[in-house]
Design a protein around this ligand. Sequence first.
Ligand code: KIV
Length: 291
Amino acid sequence: MKSITPSRLLLMKEKGERIASLTAYDYTMAQMCEAAGIPLILVGDTLGMVVRGEESTLAVTLDDVIYHSRMVKRGAPQALVIADLPFMTYQVSHEDAMRNAGRLMQDTGIGGIKIEGGVEIAGTVKRLVQIGIPVCGHLGYTPQSTHTLGGPRVQGRSFEAAVKLIEDAKALEDAGAFAIVLELVPNEIADAVTQQLRIPTIGIGAGPDCDGEVQVFHDLFGLFSDFQPRHSRRYLSVASDVVSAAEQFKADVASKIFPGKAQSATLDDPELRSRLAEYLDQRKEPPVVAG
Ligand code: KIV
């Protein structure tokens, strides 16, 4: 089967096929997404929070994203795997952006990158696309600007902010972005942006009218107990199931129920067993004391 490409996502929008996307941070998570037929996997810089327990995405480096992207790509050969360009790897200059995005693609084999921002970043998007790097935009609440935005809050609530969001989205599309993530945006604005664009919008906390939906793996499957974002739904409670199972394991080890026969190897040869028993008996005899 052929791998998913950015143009396949465009086709999905044209056909009205909705795009389900998940984050993944390692080989096994990517394998599970792939087995479920998830077409778009994001190696998000949310790894700072859900994998490393940090407060924000800001400390994640390019080397970190490369490390995780390699594992994810290995686990998901069919899906379109994209990764976040971390904070400060693309904001200073086009040259930085091209060098860092190029390295991320070259060292990992992934199919594209994601960067945050609108009109102000459109020139960078254009240069990246020109050198052959597929770019996904990210508007609304942009976690790399959490300090200026005052934390994860719904964006685009005023008329001016809504118009800016639509113009930012158009600027990204014109610059060649293949999709745009809309995070924490009122439903009506996300719908308006989606209708204005030829490229797909992928919502997260942006209502049901985007062309697709992305969710953080840990939020959706309950791997993370620090907090539960309002825009997520728990499809599983993996963390509490694992805690219960680990308690059972601990009790089984204490009472010698585990490991049992099925998990152990035995000596089948009776002659070998009796030789060993003889040897162990001899070792039990008290040592001869000289004199
Ligand atoms: O880093 C991330 O996981 C993201 C998603 C929240 C879209 O950007």
